[in-house]
Ligand binder design. Structure first.
Ligand code: UDP
Ligand code: MG
Length: 160
C-alpha cells in the first residue's frame, strides 16, 4: 500500500454518512460517530444541518418512483441531521456493514441499526452505497471549504 501521506486526497475513498433526524432526537449522535471513529476511519467533514425538501429529493433521487419516496423525504426533513464525510480504504462498503441492513429488525446485532433501531422508516443513519455515490453525496451536502484536509496522528497505528 502507498503511504497515505503521498496519496492525493481526490483518490482516497470517502463516504457520506448522515445521522437522520431520529438519531439526533434520540441522543444517538455521539454513539453513532463513535462507531466510525473507533473503527479507524478519518472524519473529514461534520455539521448539524436542517435540509430542504429539494435537497432531500435530490439525495434520494434514485428512489423517486418508490411508493415510500414522499415519506422518506418528510422523514429526512423532519429535523436537523448530522452530515459527515468519512475517509479510508474501503470505507464505503465497510460503513455499510457497520450500519447494517436497511430494515433494523433484519440488521445484525453489533451494527448501528441492529443495535439502535426497529423500523425501516426510522433507521437512524444513512451511508453511501458506492464510491461514486459517496463523491456525489459529499458534493451535494457540503460546500467548498467545509471539508478539512488533515492527517490523523493515529495513521501509523492504523495502517502498516
Ligand atoms: N425506506 C423506507 N421504506 C422502504 C425502504 C426504504 O422508508 O421500504 C427508507 C429508509 O429510511 C432507507 C431509505 O429509505 O434507509 C433509503 O432506502 P435504501 O433502499 O437506499 O436503503 P439504505 O441504503 O438506507 O439501507
Ligand atoms: Mg441507499
Amino acid at each position: 500500500a502507498v503511504p497515505r501521506g503521498i496519496v492525493a486526497s481526490a483518490e482516497v475513498e470517502q463516504t457520506y454518512i448522515m445521522i437522520k433526524p431520529d438519531g439526533v432526537q434520540r441522543g444517538l449522535v455521539g454513539e453513532i460517530i463513535s462507531r466510525f471513529e473507533k473503527k479507524g476511519f478519518l472524519l473529514k467533514g461534520l455539521k448539524l444541518y436542517q435540509c430542504s425538501k429539494d435537497l432531500a429529493q435530490e439525495h434520494y433521487k434514485d428512489l423517486k418512483d418508490k411508493p415510500f419516496f414522499p415519506r422518506v423525504v418528510d422523514y429526512i426533513t423532519s429535523g436537523p441531521v448530522v452530515c459527515m464525510a468519512w475517509e479510508g480504504d474501503g470505507v464505503v462498503a465497510s460503513a455499510r456493514k457497520l450500519i447494517g441492513a436497511t430494515n433494523p429488525l433484519q440488521a445484525e446485532p453489533g451494527t448501528i441499526r441492529g443495535d439502535l433501531a426497529v423500523r425501516t422508516g426510522r433507521n437512524v443513519v444513512h451511508g453511501s452505497d458506492s464510491p461514486d455515490n459517496g463523491k456525489r453525496e459529499i458534493a451535494l451536502w457540503f460546500k467548498e471549504g467545509e471539508l478539512s484536509q488533515w492527517e490523523s496522528v493515529q495513521i501509523p497505528w492504523l495502517i502498516e
